[in-house]
Ligand binder design. Structure first.
Ligand code: UD1
Length: 430
């Protein structure tokens, strides 16, 4: 198992290219199951979750091929990948494949919509709370599906004649639920209305791609989405939007270490709430034609209270990184996590570096410490592990981060991007 060795203390200076968003790429890839024609995705990040989903789609009969690099294309540009689901050969997504990544459960929607049946193992993924799929299944039932749970699998069947439009009213905002309802509704007969839909940019990206394939969707990005079903969908070429969580992560790293970094291709409107909070901590955040520039030269880190919320609020996927930043603040901050239970696994590991954090239910009270000291730590989930990297970059001495396969799921070329900005970071294989 690989480890990452970090020697803290260097400020970050330079430029970091922001990759395509993992959380957009995954549903876009899954949407390719809806059509026998070719879906070409550009700016796909090189991540283990993307590779794993390619294997899962391959099992259903999707042919995925990565285009070679074009002349003049930048080294750090994402990949262009062609997905072709000419024939679906299998409507079962087995436990061995699905259990490693929760988002792969979403294949249930296009399989059901196109083939009238799907048998998908109940998911695994990050160890952050129970993360049920009840709302996803209820959404499919609202479109006429009949669903049974059998031996760890969700077995879904469409009525004869296919799914039919209906009213999907989510009792709480769910990104995966909205993706699922959206994909299923595109091929249902009649009109579907999705109420209390997630407004995340990744939902909008999926809707735009589906519209490019011929779907009729209005209202994506608002909490009410209306879909008129069509009989078939075609091919499309679609660029994956830049990763707002990767953007926020490096922005917080710069606020932590000090320095001056341009986050190239970043789109500030995708994470305005987080950037506003960063500015309140004392970092200078500016939008440029090329992306977002973050600076902190001297001066302390002001403590700021934060509550995670669905988009456009402060994202839960940046909570751990922000907590790392607050461990060095000049005072006490309160961070409330409202999206997931049990999403504080990074607290114990941050404490190993000298952070002073007290937990009270969904609230973390972080008392800023003047110094952190390097130590061996363990990555526990995707976003938690990158919070350890941020803390280590500002800690005195050496930190060894174990189990970095969590990082490889969601952060493309992490150590390369940091090293180019002057950090002392090294991957140790084996
Ligand atoms: C997605 C993101 C993840 C992010 C999360 C919230 C991807 C691949 N993952 O996850 O990085 O942290 O959105 O922004 O895009 N819930 C239920 N029943 C359900 C579904 C969800 O109770 O059937 C609950 C969850 O337990 C959680 C809340 O709803 O408390 C939000 O979860 P959801 O938005 O669905 O998260 P994901 O789509 O899994």
């Amino acid at each position: 198992m690989d480890r990452i060795r970090i020697v803290g203390g260097s400020p970050l200076n330079g430029s970091i290219p922001i990759s395509g968003a993992k959380n957009a790429a995954l549903p876009l890839m899954i949407a390719s199951l809806l059509t026998p024609e070719t879906v070409i995705l550009e700016n796909v990040p090189r991540l283990s979750d993307v590779r794993q989903l390619m294997r899962i789609l391959g099992n259903h009969g999707v042919d995925a091929s990565i285009d070679g690099k074009r002349a003049g294309q930048a080294d750090d540009a994402g990949e262009t990948v062609r997905f072709s689901a000419r024939t679906i050969v299998d409507t079962t997504a087995p436990y061995e494949l699905v259990s490693r990544m929760r988002a792969s459960f979403w294949v249930i929607a296009p399989l059901l919509a196109r083939m009238g049946e799907a048998r998908v193992s109940l998911p695994g993924g990050c160890a952050i709370g129970t993360r049920p799929v009840d709302l996803l299944l209820q959404a499919l039932e609202s479109l006429g599906a009949k669903i049974d749970i059998d031996a760890g699998y969700a077995v879904a069947r469409a009525p004869s004649g296919g799914l039919r439009g209906g009213e999907v009213a989510f009792p709480k905002v769910t990104v995966g639920g909205t993706h699922t309802a959206l994909m299923a509704a595109t091929l249902a007969h009649g009109t579907t209305v999705i109420e209390n839909a997630a407004r995340e940019p990744e939902v909008v990206d999926l809707a735009q791609c589906l519209i490019g394939m011929g779907a009729r969707i209005e209202g994506a990005g608002s909490s009410r989405i209306v879909v008129q079903g069509v009989t078939s969908l075609g091919g499309v070429r679609h660029p994956v939007l830049p990763d707002r969580i990767e953007t926020g992560t490096y922005a917080m790293a710069v606020a932590m270490t000090g320095g001056d970094v341009l986050l190239r291709n970043a789109r500030p409107e995708l994470l305005q709430a987080a950037l506003d909070v960063l500015a309140q901590t004392g970092a200078e955040v500016t939008s440029t034609n090329e992306g977002v520039r973050v600076r902190r030269n001297g001066g302390g880190i002001a403590p700021v209270d934060v509550t995670t919320e669905p988009f456009p609020g402060f994202p839960t996927d940046l909570q751990a990184q922000f907590m790392a930043l607050m461990t060095r603040a000049d005072g006490t901050s309160r961070i409330r996590e409202t999206i997931f239970e049990n999403r504080f696994m990074h607290v114990q590991e941050l404490a190993r570096l000298g952070a002073r954090i007290r937990l009270d239910g969904d609230l973390a009270i972080v008392e800023g410490a003047p110094v952190l000291k390097g130590a061996p730590v363990m990555a526990t989930d995707l976003r938690a592990s990158v919070s350890l990297v941020i803390a280590a970059l500002a800690a005195e001495g050496e930190t060894m981060v174990h189990r970095v396969y969590h990082l490889d799921r969601g952060f493309e070329a992490l150590e390369k991007k940091l090293v180019r900005c002057g950090a002392e970071v090294e991957r140790i294989s084996g």
